[in-house]
Design a protein around this ligand. Structure first.
Ligand SMILES: [Zn+2]
Length: 343
């Protein structure tokens, strides 16, 4: 491992790290690599601790949160409430485990309701596989269905105690503003501490990676457009300190949002070049013409799940360009959706 990649993972080291007065970043391990860890944030609320995000219900995460709280002189019993940014298992499932044991109250954005209620009905990656098939990637969809790993266990998917709406949430010593930021998931919310100038960003703004878009059982039709609108929404706030769910804290939300917007703009331009050549193309074809990850890998050199994410992301870009009137689309008789540049 090089020094650079060690530095890149320095934020995953276990412990409780004060990122603002009375606010602690607690990284918890995740069972799969890729994102490496998830930060939950513990905020002193006068009676105990309010957590933002809950972690993934695996034994090492449970062990590390106990150790981190011990470092702060307390235990998980002191957690009064858990505010969850979105219903992905790395953010939600450990919260449910803690609630079972300590009665901790869980709050989640109202637009995640369909995802939590529907989790047992939706097949593994059902929507993402449908998008693959509509994109002309039937063989890839088949491979993921047949050797793509274990189905996601459905443990710890219980309803929260409270659904959150945009507005203020009073957590004792401070007020947090709840802002709805759909895109990564349809019901993603962020929490803003206006006094201490903090953005508890969940997966909406991440310092090292671009968040996946609409990776959920019931995405809306245009999650990328929603994501870009949500980026503009936080860009319109005064600049805040970024407290992300994956990666180190960073001084400026504005700086990172500008980079994310530039990334997507560059992507739209690459797709415009690919679509500039004549003819109808499906999403799989376009995804293969693009470079992936910061190393600009070929699509087919990535593992199957990353290929699936890449094709999905390409389709979301194509849909935005179509909504903007730059592309037109049609379905062929087998149901594959094709795009072409509007002449
Ligand atoms: Zn997520």
């Amino acid at each position: 491992m090089t020094t650079a990649s060690e530095d890149r993972l320095a934020w995953t080291r276990p412990g409780a790290f004060e990122v603002a007065k009375g606010v602690y970043r607690i990284p918890l391990p995740m069972p799969e690599d890729g994102l490496s860890a998830i930060n939950v944030y513990a905020i002193e609320d006068g009676t105990g601790l309010t957590l933002v995000d809950g972690g993934w219900a695996v034994a090492p995460a449970r062990r590390d949160i106990e150790a981190a709280l011990k470092q702060l002189g307390t235990t998980p019993r002191s957690i009064t409430r858990i505010l969850v940014t979105h219903a992905h298992r790395d953010h939600y499932t450990l919260a449910v485990e803690l609630r079972r044991e300590f009665g901790t109250r869980i709050s989640l954005g109202i637009d995640e309701k369909i995802s939590v209620e529907g989790i047992s009905k939706s097949g593994r990656f059902a929507t993402q596989l449908r998008i693959l098939r509509e994109s002309g990637a039937e063989e890839l969809a088949w491979k993921i269905e047949h050797d793509g790993g274990e189905p996601e266990p459905l443990t710890n998917w219980e309803l929260p105690d409270e659904w959150l709406h945009e507005g203020q949430v009073d957590i004792g010593t401070r007020q947090l503003r709840i802002l709805s930021t759909p895109g990564h998931t349809r019901g993603h919310v962020v929490f803003i501490d206006e006094e201490d100038k903090l953005l508890l960003a969940g997966d909406h703004v991440l310092p090292h990676i671009t968040p996946s878009i609409g990776f959920e059982a019931y995405p809306r039709e245009s999650p990328l457009q929603e994501f870009l609108d949500s980026l503009r929404k936080v860009r319109a706030l005064p600049d805040l300190k970024l407290l992300p769910a994956h990666g180190p804290a960073a001084p400026s939300v504005h700086a990172r949002v500008d980079e994310l917007m530039a990334h997507h703009e560059a992507r739209f331009n690459e797709i415009r070049v690919v679509m500039g050549a004549s003819g109808w193309k499906h999403g799989y074809e376009v995804a293969q013409a693009l470079g992936w990850t910061r190393r600009k890998k070929a699509l087919l050199d990535m593992d199957l799940l990353n290929q699936m994410l890449a094709v999905n992301e390409t389709v979301h870009h194509l849909r935005v360009l179509e909504e903007q009137g730059e592309l037109e689309k049609r379905s062929d008789p087998s149901g594959v959706v094709l795009f072409q540049k509007v002449p």
